[in-house]
Design a binder for this molecule. Structure first.
Ligand code: FES
Length: 171
């Protein structure tokens, strides 16, 4: 009977839509409950560092003392997570500190303000043993910050650092 077929098809469609609606609600409920908030400033490269709280949303650049997720132990004098400093390169942290890692596990830090006219030097990369100042091309040794060439009257000031809890810290 044609009317009965139409009824059955409509009933099947209603059942299908109701089921899809329930699934949609279930999916929405699942999204809002257990998902952690996105990490602010998280660094995918730091995920291999066991103690680096950067993977938990911690921010080693935050001086407020409120950063870090539950269980994060960011030392007070932290400059940067170890995993955020490339081997054979460096990073500028806290606006004026250059942290370098010339060899794996060996860290040094310098005042990144060029002694010539105060520009911030560029971090070295790809194993280059020289730190460049972009303003007038003064060059400094990664190994000790000393002047190589250029108009700078002196080398970069050293900052004593160590490693603690997965962070490069001021010594
Ligand atoms: S400011 Fe760096 S070389 Fe002049």
């Amino acid at each position: 009977m044609p009317d009965e077929d139409v009824f059955n098809r409509c009933a099947a469609r209603r059942t299908l839509l109701l089921g899809a609606g329930a699934m949609g609600i279930a999916v929405l409920a699942g999204c809002g409950v257990d998902e952690p908030a996105p990490s602010a400033g998280g660094n995918p490269g730091a995920s291999s560092t066991p103690a680096a709280p950067a993977t938990t949303g911690g921010n080693p650049f935050d001086d407020s003392g409120t950063g870090g997720g539950a269980g994060a132990q960011v030392p007070d004098n932290a400059l940067v997570a170890v995993g955020e400093v490339p081997v054979g390169g460096g990073v500028i942290v806290k606006d004026t500190v250059l942290v370098v890692q010339p060899a794996k596990g060996s860290f040094k830090a310098y005042d990144a303000v060029c002694p010539h006219q105060g520009a911030i030097v560029d971090p070295p990369f790809d194993g280059n043993p020289v730190i460049m100042c972009p303003r007038h091309n003064s060059k400094f040794k990664v190994a000790d910050g000393s002047k190589v060439e250029g108009p700078t009257p002196s080398g970069l000031k050293s900052i004593k650092v160590g490693v603690k809890s997965g962070y490069v810290v001021r010594a």
